[in-house]
Design a protein around this ligand. Structure first.
Ligand code: 6GU
Length: 211
């Protein structure tokens, strides 16, 4: 089972899902309507969204976030901040969007997972949750694991190798594990890994170095 699945079973975290449609007033369970000012798509209604929100006990609402490509882009620093919250309510939109008055009235923070557009906020919510859950106490088997990984120190992670030390690929090409990693000199290994991290970051994500 996944780390987050096991953590759910042992009570490290829990969730409830609310179907916005259950909070509509009419028999067709309408949750959206056409945008004022015209344009394509439908907009989720503020009154229905508020009914759905108020159905959550106040003590459980916590921070309110709305998954939207307009939002602040999720990064490891923001994930860490979210894990400090006792409760989080995540609104997942579909259609064109959400009536702005709901976002304003309830001080909703908009969160994006990157510069591309999804058809709905649900996959983005799952990603946000996974990134948070793995940081909760006791979820990762080895507490050290979270310290070295990509982004936690602002750099991409160094490359990893395991046995066999010598490996021949399907084109008969030999690939050896770098000698330094097999030598057992921990200071030298750390220096090599740090240099690899820096070079990889410079090559693939120079934007991270500027930060
Ligand atoms: Cl959070 N939602 C949607 N619909 N699209 C996105 C996104 C969120 N983040 C990036 N693209």
């Amino acid at each position: 089972m996944s780390l987050s699945g096991r953590a759910l079973e042992n009570g490290t975290w829990s969730y409830d899902a609310i179907n916005i449609r259950d909070h509509a007033h009419d028999k067709h369970q309408t949750v959206d309507d056409t945008p004022y000012g015209g344009g394509a798509g439908m907009v989720l209604r503020a009154d229905i969204l508020e009914n759905a929100l108020l159905s959550i006990p106040e003590s459980k609402r916590g921070k309110l976030i709305y998954m939207s490509p307009r939002g602040r882009v999720l990064d490891q620093c923001y994930v860490q901040k979210l894990t400090q919250e006792d409760n989080i309510t995540i609104l997942c939109g579909r259609y064109e969007g959400v009536d702005q008055r709901f976002l304003d009235a309830h001080k909703v923070e908009e969160v994006s997972i990157g510069d591309y557009v999804l058809s709905g906020g649900e996959p983005a919510a799952i990603i946000t949750m996974d990134a948070c859950i793995r940081l909760l106490d006791g979820v990762m088997g080895n507490a050290d694991t979270a310290g070295d990984e990509s982004f936690s120190n602002g750099l991409l992670e160094y490359p990893h190798y395991t046995k066999p030390a010598a490996w021949t690929d399907c084109d008969k090409k030999n690939h050896d594990v770098p000698d330094v990693l097999r030598g057992g000199n921990h200071a030298e290994i750390k220096e090599w890994r740090d240099a690899q991290s820096l070079a990889l970051t410079q090559d693939r994500r120079p934007d991270l170095l500027k930060k």
